[in-house]
Design a protein around this ligand. Structure first.
Ligand code: GLP
Length: 242
């Protein structure tokens, strides 16, 4: 596990370069994408690089980590909407090649097909992750089995509280989600995780220093052969001080 400490702008620019490198090297790149506020600057940097002609998404296939159950892709808090607004609408990607789990309709059927779809596309070449304050990655909450594939899950009270800042009221936050599993994530060939801010410090400590335990889902990343953790000083503060 490699660790890079810098401010949000610096680490986002480095992650964008990691993506650009993989996309430019591969004939049919497959990239794994995340939602949340953490990757926003990375996506802004990728949009800029695309407009400058430094990278093209014409041959890129994407897979997103997760989606809320009950939200249609047109809902402004759905992860499909987030991805369209913050990345896909601004780059030269074919939307047919963008895959986001469904939250309504026959979403369970799609969820069960998801890992096979990723495998058929050749596997994820590079996956970006954020991290929850309780150590979740995607929506793999504490005590999710390490061998989990894409599945439906219940969100913890902590996650619902954390994510309520983006909704009008906490009562509007869905209580269930569909998410790639920990095994699905570990199958990615390369992983980059971004964490900023003091409220991520405990999770980042568990991620880097903690025992590998299902009660701290992100700790499994210690076993990944090509994983880089990008953090700012605040998120890194407990690791740096202990
Ligand atoms: C949600 C997402 C995660 C994300 C986390 C942190 O729970 N499912 O993928 O990592 O939020 O979000 P933020 O980056 O906004 O702190």
């Amino acid at each position: 596990m490699k660790i890079v400490v810098g401010n949000e702008k610096e680490i986002s620019a480095l992650i964008a370069e990691d993506f650009i490198k993989v996309i430019n090297e591969k004939e049919k790149p497959v990239i794994g994408l995340a939602t949340g506020t953490s990757p926003l600057q990375v996506y802004a940097d990728l949009i800029k690089a695309n407009k400058e002609g430094r990278v093209s998404f014409k041959n890129v296939t994407t897979f997103n980590l997760d989606e809320y159950v009950g939200l249609d892709g047109t809902h402004n808090q759905s992860y499909r909407y987030f991805m369209n607004e913050n990345l896909f609408n601004h780059i030269d990607i074919d939307k047919a090649n963008t895959n986001v789990l469904l939250g309504v309709g026959d979403y369970q059927k799609f969820m069960h097909e998801y890992d096979d779809m990723i495998a058929k596309a050749g596997g994820i070449d590079i996956q970006i992750l954020g991290i929850g304050s309780d150590g979740h990655i995607a929506f793999n909450e504490p005590n999710t089995p390490f061998d989990s594939l894409t599945h439906e899950t219940e969100l913890t009270a902590q996650t619902i509280k954390d994510n309520s800042r983006l909704f009008n009221d906490i009562s509007e936050v869905p209580t269930r989600a569909v998410t790639m599993g920990l095994k699905s994530i570990m199958n990615a060939k390369k992983i980059v995780l971004i964490a900023t801010g003091k409220n991520k410090a405990q999770a980042v400590y568990g991620l880097i220093k903690g025992p590998i335990t299902e009660s701290m889902p992100c700790s499994i990343l210690q076993k990944h052969p090509d994983c880089t953790i990008y953090v700012d000083e605040d998120a890194y503060s407990l690791v740096g001080n202990k």
